[in-house]
Ligand binder design. Structure first.
Ligand code: EPU
Length: 345
């Protein structure tokens, strides 16, 4: 094999591949033509095939934020681009380039090993680095968008690679330019800027409680505390299928918030960056009595009402049926519309 072939191996599709192990809900899913993508150069080759045969297509990362149907027709690109390296460092920050297929949690752990703290609040979020900017993953007061320098992606509209700056990514709560332009970008590489000045962020209730006797925890201590909290609240997808938070925390106008608060003094909410109010969807669902409830093969997790689970043999249809039921009840009770968080294919 010559070096050109090594650099751009021609991808051949795997027909009728089961994706049961590649979606964290553990749904039985069959990809008609699956392509393992291990280098960015393979993407234009596959996308030319897609164009030539007018195939439907989609790219999949860790499968941790998706609701997949029984059959995925056409081409499914399984994004496995590896590699992470420090590309530059100055007095104030370090730039790290990371392949889109790298596991997010392993990357966070690696940054701490390199003595580059900052991402520890985002420990144990399932999925890949490439999927993380799309929904601007966030937890315990930190969002990935704060640390992104740029995102490299293949643009299916122009059939070329493009690099979007942090500003062009237009990050917002669980939102980005990528999410607002679905079916267009395939993320190949993410470049992070990690500031050298570090400050512990433990202002979220769960972390404050964890560090009640320790006002200056180390990044490693925060990392471990976040892992502990998440392990308790969120089911391990290897044991019970789920996609983390199933609904976004709804953002409502202040007026509506005041009215609701009057009626429900216990209402859990946070101020939103845009001056509106973000409600804890988990609280709303919990109040409607759904926590721990089961509907056939699917249900609501017993420790966190925001998480819907597959008890085994569940399907996308089952989970979307349960979601509709929850949306209707929450709307009837609180007049608030819950938006589904994972991508529905
Ligand atoms: N609550 C209940 N009952 C429940 C669940 C929650 O009453 O069953 C109330 C509690 O008062 C709790 C509050 O809701 O204090 C908020 O719950 P929690 O702290 O668990 O956070 P969340 O708002 O449910 C969000 C993110 C999580 C992230 C955590 C921590 C969204 C949609 N979810 O959850 O992200 O880990 O905050 O920052 O923004 C994810 O996106 O998959 C995810 C897990």
């Amino acid at each position: 094999m010559n070096s050109a072939q090594i650099a751009t191996p021609k991808p051949s599709p795997i027909p009728n591949l089961s994706l049961k192990g590649r979606n964290t809900f553990g749904f039985e899913v069959c990809a008609e033509l699956a392509y393992e993508i291990t280098s960015a150069e393979q993407i234009p080759v596959v996308m030319q095939e897609v164009l030539r045969h007018q195939l439907p297509w989609r790219a999949l990362g860790g499968g941790s934020n998706v609701i997949l149907p029984k059959l995925l027709p056409g081409a499914t690109l399984l994004m496995n681009i590896a590699g992470q390296e420090i590309i530059s460092s100055d007095d104030s920050s370090v730039l790290i380039a990371v392949g889109g297929g790298v596991n997010w949690h392993e990357f966070v752990a690696w940054t701490l090993e390199q003595n580059l703290p900052g991402l520890e609040n985002l420990a144990l979020i399932p999925g890949t680095v490439g999927a993380a900017p799309i929904q601007n993953i966030g937890a315990y007061g930190v969002e990935i968008g704060d640390y992104i320098e740029s995102v490299q992606a293949f643009d299916a509209h122009t059939q070329t690679f493009t690099t979007l700056t942090k500003e062009q990514c237009q990050f917002a709560y669980r939102d980005s330019y990528f999410k607002r332009n679905p079916h267009r970008f395939i993320v190949t590489k993410v470049t992070f800027r990690i500031p050298k000045q570090w400050k512990a962020r433990i202002h979220y209730a769960d972390l404050l409680k964890e560090f009640s006797g320790n006002s200056s925890p180390s990044p490693e201590e925060i990392f471990l505390a976040v892992c502990k909290i998440r392990t308790h609240k969120l089911p391990d997808p290897k044991v019970i299928g789920n996609a983390g938070s199933f609904f976004q925390n709804p953002i409502i106008p202040n007026e509506q918030f005041e009215t609701l608060l009057h009626k429900y003094p216990e209402l859990v909410s946070y101020p939103d960056a845009a001056g509106k109010r973000k409600l804890a969807a988990g609280w709303l669902i919990d109040q409607c009595g759904f926590k721990g409830q089961r509907m056939g093969n699917v249900g609501v997790y017993e420790n966190q009402a925001l998480v819907l689970v597959n008890h085994g043999n569940g399907t996308a249809q089952d989970i979307l049926g349960l979601a509709r039921c929850i949306q209707e009840k929450v709307h009837d009770e609180f007049g608030v519309k819950l938006e589904i968080e994972p991508n529905v294919f």
